[in-house]
Design a protein around this ligand. Structure first.
Ligand code: ADP
Ligand code: MG
Length: 698
């Protein structure tokens, strides 16, 4: 009853929202007005004799007088835009966006009170630069005792300050009293520093000086989501608590017609207005959310921004996820960010397009550009040989970085690349690297070919000589790699920390050898001979491939929790410590947090399943007289027993392995019993929202 009332209320809200939003064209007006940089920052800094160039590098953060000026300008800007609250905005370790859990923010008013109680605006440089908070309730992996609970925040000058509603968001890094990273951002900065340093060394040894430019990773994140009716969502405890459906009979229709992908964005459901508002809110904050379209599954959608610096892109993606959840609620919808909300249809990923570039616009993954700008055709093949060596050596880390609990149901299930870490380079680049391996270091010039449409009226176009590959976890696409296995709910900091670190190490090895006088050709040949086994241009979904990969000696780790368990292997501690990314203690803590997060996710799912059986399924079965529910009673006992066993297991990896079996074997079998009852139950007696209601509502 309450659900139905709410449904009517939200539908009414949606109609109002539609009327107020659907006027006016989509323009660039207001883009970036809620982001403190460029012309916006100029306007407010000029009052104090400064301009946005002050913000260009982080140096102002080391000078309190300058910081006071920036704080004053930020306060003026905030108040003029109706904001008077600020927060240091950070990313607690292991955070994910399954249910609005991807950032930390304590809101503070930007005013003080005089002795007589009168409020006055005040915001100082010191307040802007740093914060301290009680960090004791965040996971820390044993790095901090409860009595030393402080967590310390420092502004991240790399990522712009922005404003949303009444609040100024100040991107920040979060560490313990000893300086141990407690967040996702700090390691990404360290890995970016390492990449900057080692890339410059390698290029210098190849006679190319980047001058005052800096080197960093550029990424573009494709964010997939589902939209469901909010009233139906409230009738699914599993979606509410865990972000995915644990039961649900599959409806008569799924995605067999292939008629959802790129179809018109639904107006009937409110999805169109919702997506448009999401884009507009992002545009205001300076987030270039260019692309929107429907995805493969019913009511699955995607957003993609214009790529940019990885550190600010990760921040922007976290805000995109927050905006998606919030705006969806205003349109009578619930956005699902989890990787596999529904069995039987595609899940959601977050393709991490990744390249290495310089601040003056050189993309090291673009052969034409590298050859033209550096004048040294030996650089590109060496970069590629180094990348191949990085993937081959550290595929375990790539696998661990994408081991979000929701990916358990995606990887290897014919919709996302398997848990084998190979790379697709395409036939022509592979052929070129083979000639390098065999001793000739020529210039790589990617070919183009004309494409005819078979009618004189339709103009032919030029396309790359290579087709795309979507079955590889890490294909090269002409100017970037695309890490396709990342999960939709993930904070992809760790993903990019790993990519930057393994690239930095590979470049360091190349730089060391060049500086020691070795010839580029010899180094490239050697790297390719040892590591090109991880190049795979075939069909990654071929069931024979995973076994073949193991024969070749490529990293294959099927279980996410096993990959997480490798994080602190001797090889990986050496890598992380050597590159200055994590101390052994920090990486052990991260492993513990991720395993704990996995076990916690499964426990929530298990307990939710018990409640759903007891509170919904058994009563429905009795009411509709569907037969003896004893199998369900037994199932509850089984789940309780398994949870107790997990609780009683000290070793975190063992506990995670037990949890994985409970989730992927035991609970899947129990689901079949429930779904069979659902298939025979009259709709009016079934109290949980069905897949039809959740997926097909337009
Ligand atoms: P696809 O057709 O592969 O789905 P999309 O256009 O949806 O591609 O998304 C591709 C993403 O890759 C976008 O975010 C885009 O900005 C990003 N991208 C393009 N070039 C690069 C590059 N050189 N480095 C990093 N990201 C890139
Ligand atoms: Mg796309």
């Amino acid at each position: 009853r309450a659900g139905a009332k709410k449904a009517r209320a939200t539908r009414a809200t949606r109609t109002t929202a539609m009327l107020s939003m659907s006027s006016g064209p989509a323009t660039t007006e207001g883009f970036g007005s809620a982001c403190f940089k460029g012309a916006v920052a100029d306007k407010y800094l000029s009052k104090y004799g400064e301009s946005s160039t002050l913000l260009a590098n982080g140096k102002w953060t080391k000078d309190m007088a300058k910081a006071d000026i920036v704080a004053k300008a930020v306060l003026d800007w905030a108040v003029e835009n109706g904001a008077s609250v600020y927060c240091h905005w950070f990313q607690p370790m292991g955070s994910s966006g399954v249910r609005h859990g991807n950032s930390g923010q304590v809101h503070q008013s930007m005013f003080n009170f005089a002795e007589d109680g009168t409020p006055y605006y005040s915001f100082t440089g010191e307040q802007l630069l740093q914060g301290e908070t009680d960090g004791s309730s965040f996971p820390n992996g044993g790095m901090r005792a409860t009595h030393t609970a402080g967590g310390y925040l420092s502004i991240d000058p790399y990522s712009p300050i922005f404003l949303r509603e009444d609040t100024v968001f100040i991107p920040a890094a979060f560490v313990s009293y000893n300086g141990d990273a407690l967040d996702e951002k700090t390691p990404l900065h360290r890995a970016t520093d390492a990449l900057d340093k080692q890339t410059k060394r390698m290029l210098k040894a190849m006679k190319y000086d980047v001058g005052s430019a800096s080197v960093y990773a550029n990424i573009g994140l494709e964010q997939e989501i589902f939209l469901t009716p909010r009233h139906a969502f409230y009738r699914r405890p599993d979606l509410q608590f865990t972000g995915r459906t644990i039961t649900g009979k599959f409806p008569a229709r799924g995605q067999e017609m292939s008629d959802h992908y790129m179809a018109p964005i639904s107006r009937a459901t409110g999805a169109f207005e919702c997506m448009r508002q999401i884009q507009q809110e992002c545009f205001k904050m300076g987030i270039p959310l260019k692309t929107r379209h429907r995805e493969v599954a019913p009511n699955q959608y995607e957003f993609a921004p214009m790529f940019g610096n990885a550190i600010s892109q990760v921040d922007q993606n976290l805000m995109i996820m927050q905006v998606i959840e919030e705006v969806a609620s205003e349109h009578g919808l619930a956005a699902l960010l989890q990787e596999k909300p529904f069995a039987g249809v595609n899940g959601s990923g977050k393709h991490n397009n990744w390249s290495i570039g310089t601040s003056d616009g050189l993309n090291l993954m673009n052969p034409k550009q590298v050859n033209a700008k550096t004048g040294n055709p030996e650089i590109f093949p060496l970069v590629m040989a180094a990348m191949v060596s990085a993937v081959d050596k550290h595929g375990d880390l790539m696998r661990a970085a994408i081991a979000s609990p929701g990916n358990d149901f995606r990887l290897g299930a014919m919709e996302a690349p398997p848990a084998v870490m190979s790379t697709y380079l395409g036939p022509s680049l592979t052929e070129f690297l083979n000639t390098v391996k065999n001793g000739s270091l020529g210039e790589y010039a990617p070919k183009k070919k004309p494409l005819e449409f078979g009618s004189d009226t339709l103009p032919s176009i030029e396309v790359p000589a290579e087709d795309r590959n979507r079955t590889s976890p890490f294909p090269y696409g002409g100017n970037r790699f695309e890490f396709r296995a990342a999960g939709s709910s993930q904070n992809v900091s760790l993903v990019n920390t790993v990519l930057n670190t393994i690239a930095a190490e590979a470049f360091k090895i190349v730089a060391d050898r060049l500086e020691a006088g070795e010839k580029p050709l010899a180094i490239a040949q050697d790297l390719l001979k040892t590591h090109d086994k991880c190049i795979f241009n075939g069909n990654g979904y071929d069931p024979a491939w995973p076994d073949e990969a193991v024969k070749r000696g490529i990293w294959r780790i099927d279980a996410g929790c096993d990959a997480i368990n490798e994080l602190d292997s001797a090889k990986n501690v050496t890598l992380f410590e050597g590159m200055g990314i994590f101390t052994a203690r920090e990486i052990q803590a991260r492993k513990s947090v991720l395993l704990g997060h996995y076990v916690g996710s499964v426990e929530m799912e298990a307990l939710t399943m018990i409640d759903m059986i007891n509170q919904h399924v058994i009563p429905s079965v009795k009411k509709a007289d569907l037969g003896n529910p004893s199998k369900l009673v037994d199932a509850v006992k089984t789940i309780k027993g398994a949870v107790a066993q997990i609780h009683g297991t000290e070793d975190e990896h063992k506990a995670a392995t037990l949890a994985r079996t409970l989730r992927l074997t035991t609970m899947v079998a129990i689901r079949e019993i429930i779904d069979e009852f659902e298939s025979r139950c009259p709709p009016e007696d079934w109290t949980l929202a069905t897949y039809s209601e959740l997926l097909f509502f337009d």
